[in-house]
Design a binder for this molecule. Structure first.
Ligand code: NAD
Ligand code: MG
Length: 407
């Protein structure tokens, strides 16, 4: 039996992971479930999956969960913890084999890193970990013999389309042959373009949070849904891909593909292009990473290629999707620039979701924050977290209509 810890079990990815586990219950056990403060959903998950451990970051929520679980003899054994440290402890727990890192945003960094440092198989959905601290993260994976498998559908597709020897060695291992040495010319990272693909800049001015969260093909949490609408999600994914596959910004081409049937492609020097296709359902990459190098049933139906009928591709428009350009720039700049980009984006998206700023201000705020704070060498977590913190304060000021300077 393989014990799985799901960090962020109440979210969109967490719920899909539990769905896969329920279908594969002879092989996998939900050993630990964690959430921020959604007591209702974590309670239901505990009743159904009977984990050994449940964590709620929020202390009051943990107390409430405990009161409810101890009343039921079936769930009275579940140990409940609260606070951020408990997330790291779960990720490093000696009985845990696989860690699904599915917390949203920078809040997922420490626990993902704890999983890497304890040599686990990491099923990485939390792309923000790699965006903020790619170098240190990949080093921790390598130094501790962890296995890093991408859950992000595009990266999972790239992984499946890469030469097998590269995957087995680990994307960033010292012995790693360069992409070019393996015949890889380019990574083609597909993007649906989100709900606003065909809107003009003027039209974008007045879009609401609910419109931004209504993704045409995928059902996701609100933060990543807004990121998809601005295409910052694709920008973060370019940075994520650069670390996972040891690729430069020039090695990665974003391709708009509105149907989300091809999840990404790898182009080789003999003219071959390998792609992974499937219905847009996150249970496919989740099941792939859990079963790898084998395959198992994920619950996702077979792709009906005749129904799909048509696949379209176009170049991204950097003028309308400024966030994508900012992310490429931050990747080329390196150091703490991606962490600054990510932090400013988290603040701006949160402000937009709360109705405090307009949609198109998100890109402005990220750009101004990047212009205001100099990038530094990202050689320690302290430096990265200081840059993250600084960027949050600057972006917060900008959202309030103040200048960037801190008082
Ligand atoms: P979500 O908002 O649906 O769920 C987030 C989860 O994180 C919840 O369980 C929540 O309780 C927990 N959480 C939130 N804030 C927290 C905090 N401060 N501390 C601890 N836990 C906290 O998000 P999601 O859509 O499932 O996305 C999760 C991650 O997966 C993100 O990094 C996202 O970019 C990535 N991802 C998601 C999808 C998707 O289809 N949803 C696809 C690819 C990648
Ligand atoms: Mg993705």
């Amino acid at each position: 039996m393989i014990n799985v810890a799901i960090l962020g079990s109440t979210g969109s990815i967490g719920t899909s992971t539990l769905d896969v586990i329920a279908r594969q219950s002879e092989k996998f056990k939900a050993f630990a479930l964690t959430a921020n403060k959604n007591v209702e959903r974590l309670y239901d998950q505990c009743l159904k999956f009977l984990p050994q451990i449940a964590v709620m970051v929020d202390e009051n929520s943990a107390y409430e969960l405990q009161q409810r679980l101890k009343k039921n003899p079936e769930t009275a054994h579940i140990r409940i913890y609260s606070g951020c440290q408990a997330l790291n402890d779960v990720a490093a727990h000696e009985q845990v084999d696989y860690v699904m890192a599915a917390i949203v945003g920078a809040a997922g960094l420490n626990s993902s890193l704890a999983a890497a440092r304890s040599g686990k198989r990491i099923l990485l959905a939390n792309k923000e970990s790699l965006v903020m601290s790619g170098d240190l993260f990949m080093q921790a994976v390598k130094d501790n013999g962890a296995t890093l498998l991408p859950i992000d559908s595009e990266h999972n597709a790239i992984f499946q389309s890469m030469p097998e020897k590269l995957n087995r060695e680990g994307a960033n291992a010292e012995s790693h042959h360069s992409l070019q040495f393996s015949g890889v010319e380019k990574i083609l990272l597909t993007a649906s373009g989100g709900p606003f693909l065909n809107k003009t800049l003027d039209e974008l001015e007045h879009v609401t949070p609910d419109q931004a969260c209504a993704h045409p093909n995928w059902e996701m949490g609100r933060k990543i849904s807004v990121d998809s609408a601005t295409m910052m999600n694709k920008g973060l994914e370019v940075i994520e891909a650069s670390w996972l596959f040891n690729a430069s910004a020039d090695d990665i081409q974003v391709v708009i593909h509105p149907q989300s049937i091809i999840h990404s492609m790898v182009s080789y020097n003999d003219g071959s292009v390998l792609a992974q296709l499937g219905n847009p359902d996150m249970r496919t990459p989740i099941a792939h990473a859990m079963a790898w190098p084998d395959r198992m049933d994920s619950g996702v139906g077979q792709l009906d290629i005749f129904k799909v009928a048509q696949l379209n591709f176009e170049q991204p428009d950097f003028k309308r999707f400024v966030c994508l350009k900012l992310a490429y720039d931050a990747l080329r700049e390196g150091g703490t620039a991606p962490a600054i980009l990510n932090a400013a984006n988290e603040i701006a998206v949160d402000s937009f979701l709360k109705g405090k700023i307009s949609f198109i201000r998100i890109a402005d705020i990220v750009e101004q924050t990047l212009n205001y704070i100099d990038s530094e060498t990202a050689d320690s977590m302290d430096v990265i977290l200081a840059a993250d913190n600084h960027a949050r304060q600057v972006a917060n000021n900008l959202c309030l209509g103040l200048g960037p300077q801190l008082t």
